[in-house]
Each structure stands twice: as structure tokens, then as C-alpha cells.
Design a protein. Structure first.
Length: 471
């Protein structure tokens, strides 16, 4: 069964196509019933940024590929968010022995983020379970396969998730009491160490969890079962463990990656008041190298599927990874425009994959310049709104942003992020409010409004900096 499923994935047969699925449900307007992410002042916050990683180095060299430049450049381009990949196998290379060096390296990265005012999500990352299968994540000492086979496939590493040994390792992680305790203890080490760090906004409890297919199951059925029977109890266990050390930091929970095919999740209720739904936004065909197909309805199907769960459980949404490998294909400009529009309709933010300097998935080249179409992720937005957002829209054609909100009863400031532009930005505010400060290039202006008032903020590219219009 595993071989059959791997072959199907490798062939791209699960890619969305107009003839392979019913017509997608229509996209709802903003107002999916999903609450916003909030900060300590009660402001609605928006996270926009990128994943930051070092998968090449481990042990004594772990995290050395990440530098202060990553966070300086993120902030300089108008981003305020980084999803930082950390690996359990580096944190606890031998059972019960946690690496102080690795914790200090994480802290150094967080200090750079704080210096440049970037929020960080600490992500317990795994790819194909971990080093027992040639990847990173869950330590070899926590990997149990019952002697089942594993055959590497370097040409299609994702298909390795469907190898029998890998699937059985996930089952043991979910079901074996000693491994449950070890995973909870690992998270308690991280939470106790970083709960008071001002850069940390959340903990992503496990990256792209998978599981074991049963005989006769198709992939969507297996994914919903794994989410309901394994991931939901795991997240509740880990939430209790983290809360014993850290009462307030947001917890991010992911479904299986199968949600990327527009499959609704089978996750159940997570019994924690500060939990964020954090799906990923990848498409099988595009990950295999295909161009974006606007006629397939994939973005619409994904949005319809991914919003039902957080609306039902009243959870904010932050998409933890997205972005195709071949970003310069003919339809990729349209993909980025439509993807950003969709993400902004229902999420409190997102992290593209990945902020690095070079080719492949990298956001920018070695000189720090956006690679083709990835500049479309850098748009004006409101990182924090002191009130209730009525609407916010961005028009990529006119390079204009409009925010409408009702100011909170308690005084506060609304922040705006403006990416660098050679033409500058014109900001105007309508309502009993003031636009404060003339920001430098790529800066962060703020709006202070009369409590309870209705405010409209308009940002347009070009022209002098700003004006406040009072009714």
C-alpha cells in the first residue's frame, strides 16, 4: 500500500485538475468567522514573513548559517515574522541530555530578532521523521520501526513518508508512553528557557506530521483518521506540558500536509485558549515542478477547506509555509497575486518558504534582491490594529492598501508597514485620528485614533508621505 501511494504522489496524480474533482466551493468574503491573533495590548496583529532555517549544519555547527542579516533584511523589507526551524535531534542528541550549546544558539538568533523587532515562531521541525532516515527532526533514539523496510528516494524525498519504516515510527511516537513523555519533556525545556523572551510569539509543536496508512485506506481518509486519533491527543498532551512552564505563549498546531490538496482536516478540539491553526499551503503538482494552473480551482478549494476548522473552534490562522520552487514560470506572477489575496482573506499572517540568499526556494539572491515574483509578498499591511478590523484590502495593480477599523475603547496605536519603494508611499487617514511620525525608507508609521471612532487608512505608492483628513 505504501509503495502504491508513493507512486501516486510521485506521478502527481493527486494534483488538482478541473476534471478530477467537483467544482470548488465559492470563496467566502472576509468574515469566515475566524478570530484574529492578538497581542498583549489586545490589538489584532498580522504576521508577515518567512521561514528561517539551517538544515545543513548540526552538532557544534548547528544554526551557524543563520545570521543577524536575516532579521535585518526581513525588517528592512517590511516583514515582522520569522518561523525558526529547530530540531529535536540537535536539542537532545542523547536521551535525557539536552544541549546547552544549542539552546544558547537559539537564544542568539532570538536576540537578533528582538533587535530588529521580528516576531519568532519556534518550530519543532521534522522532515521524513528524522536522522534515522537521513533527514532532520526526531532523534534516532526515539525512532522505532519494528524492523520494517525503508528505501531512500533522493529524487522525491516526500515519497519517503510512505515507506513502511517511517510510517511505523510515527505510530510509535504517537502511541508509546515513554516517547510521549520524551516529546513533552523536550517542549518543556524549550518553553522554560524561552517563555520570557520578547521575540517569541509562539511554539509550532511539530512540523508537517504524518502517520501510518491502513490497508484499503485512501490518503484523505487516512489523513483525517491520523489527525483525529493521533494528532489531536498529541497536541492536547503537549499543550498541557507547555502550560506547566509557560502560560501565555501561543501554541501553533498543524494538520497533515494533505490539507494542501483541499482536504478538510480531521483535527478535534485543542483544549487551550491560545491555540493557532497553522496549515501549510503547498500544491502537489507545483511542488513537482509544474506551473500554476488557474483553471484548476486549487486556491479556492484550499481556502474553502482550510477555513472550516478554525471557524468552528474559534482559532486564529497563520499559514506556516507556502511558496513554489519554480517561481519564474509563466503563471507564477498570477499565482503570487491570487495566493496573497486568498491568505489575506482568512489568516492572521503567513511565513513564506524560505528566507535565504541563493537559488531554489530562497526568497532573495546572494545580493539580497527578491527573486522573480517573490517581491509580490512585500506589500503594505497593518502589523497591529488597535481596534476591530472592518475590512482591509490590497490592490496589486494600483499598489494601494485600504484599512477600515473601529478604534478600541482603550487608547492604543495602529502600526503600518510600508515596504521599500523608490516612489515612496502616500498615507492618508480619515476620521478622528492622527498619523504620527514620518518613517524612513521601509519604516513603520503609526495611527492614533479617538477611542471608539471609525477610521479609514489609505496607502498609495508615490507622492508625499502623509495627511490626516478629519470629517
Amino acid at each position: 500500500m505504501a509503495v502504491v501511494v508513493a507512486s501516486v504522489l510521485a506521478a502527481g496524480a493527486l494534483a488538482p485538475a478541473a476534471t478530477a474533482r467537483p467544482a470548488p466551493a465559492p470563496v467566502q468574503a472576509s468574515g469566515h468567522g475566524i478570530p484574529p491573533l492578538t497581542d498583549g495590548q489586545g490589538r489584532a496583529i498580522t504576521l508577515r514573513g518567512w521561514n528561517v532555517e539551517d538544515k545543513a549544519n548540526r552538532g557544534e555547527a548547528a544554526l551557524t548559517a543563520i545570521t543577524e542579516r536575516h532579521f535585518r533584511d526581513l525588517r528592512g523589507h517590511g516583514f515582522n515574522f520569522a518561523r525558526l526551524l529547530v530540531f529535536w535531534d540537535d536539542l537532545e542528541p542523547r536521551r535525557g541530555q539536552y544541549s546547552e550549546r544549542y539552546l544558547r544558539r537559539i537564544e542568539r538568533v532570538l536576540d537578533w530578532a528582538r533587535e530588529h523587532r521580528v516576531h519568532v515562531l519556534i518550530d519543532a521541525h521534522q522532515d521524513v521523521f528524522g536522522p534515522a532516515f537521513g533527514h532532520r527532526g526526531i532523534p534516532a533514539w526515539a525512532t522505532r520501526t519494528d524492523g520494517l523496510p525503508f528505501t531512500p528516494n533522493p529524487d522525491d524525498w516526500f515519497s519517503e513518508y510512505f515507506q513502511p519504516a517511517v510510517q511505523r515510527a510515527f505510530t510509535h511516537l504517537y502511541e508509546d508512553p515513554d516517547l510521549q513523555r520524551a516529546q513533552a519533556a523536550m517542549w518543556q525545556v524549550l518553553a522554560a528557557r524561552f517563555r520570557d523572551h520578547p521575540a517569541v510569539i509562539g511554539y509550532d509543536l511539530i512540523n508537517e506530521p504524518m502517520g501510518e496508512l491502513r490497508e484499503g485506506e485512501d490518503l484523505p481518509t487516512a489523513a483525517r483518521r491520523i489527525e483525529a486519533q493521533h494528532l489531536t491527543p498529541m497536541y492536547n498532551r503537549l499543550a498541557r506540558a507547555v502550560r506547566a512552564k509557560d502560560r501565555d505563549t501561543w501554541l501553533f498546531v498543524e494538520p497533515t500536509p494533505i490539507v494542501g490538496e483541499g482536504v478538510p482536516t480531521g483535527l478535534g478540539r485543542i483544549d487551550d485558549r491560545r491555540t493557532v491553526y497553522a496549515p501549510h499551503f503547498y500544491n502537489t503538482a507545483m511542488e513537482a515542478g509544474a506551473d500554476y494552473d488557474p483553471s484548476a480551482g486549487w486556491i479556492e478549494a484550499y481556502e474553502a477547506a482550510v477555513t472550516a476548522y478554525p471557524a468552528r473552534h474559534r482559532m486564529p490562522v497563520v499559514v506556516g509555509e507556502w511558496g513554489p520552487l519554480n517561481n519564474a514560470l509563466p503563471h507564477m506572477g498570477r499565482f503570487y497575486r491570487e495566493a496573497v489575496d486568498s491568505l489575506n482573506r482568512y489568516s492572521s499572517g503567513w511565513a513564506g518558504y524560505v528566507w535565504c540568499y541563493g537559488g531554489g526556494y530562497c526568497a532573495v539572491d546572494e545580493h539580497g534582491r527578491f527573486r522573480t515574483n517573490k517581491e509580490r509578498t512585500a506589500t503594505p499591511y497593518a502589523p497591529a490594529v488597535a481596534g476591530t478590523v472592518r475590512s482591509q484590502t490590497y490592490d496589486a495593480d494600483t499598489r494601494s492598501y485600504r484599512l477600515v477599523y473601529r478604534a478600541a475603547a482603550r487608547p492604543g496605536v495602529t502600526e503600518l508597514s510600508l515596504p521599500p519603494s523608490p516612489r515612496g508611499w502616500r498615507v492618508s487617514v480619515t476620521g478622528p485620528a492622527r498619523l504620527l511620525g514620518k518613517p524612513p525608507r521601509g519604516g513603520w508609521p503609526v495611527v492614533r485614533a479617538w477611542p471608539g471612532s471609525e477610521v479609514v487608512v489609505t496607502v498609495r505608492e508615490g507622492g508625499p508621505y502623509g495627511r490626516t483628513d478629519h470629517p
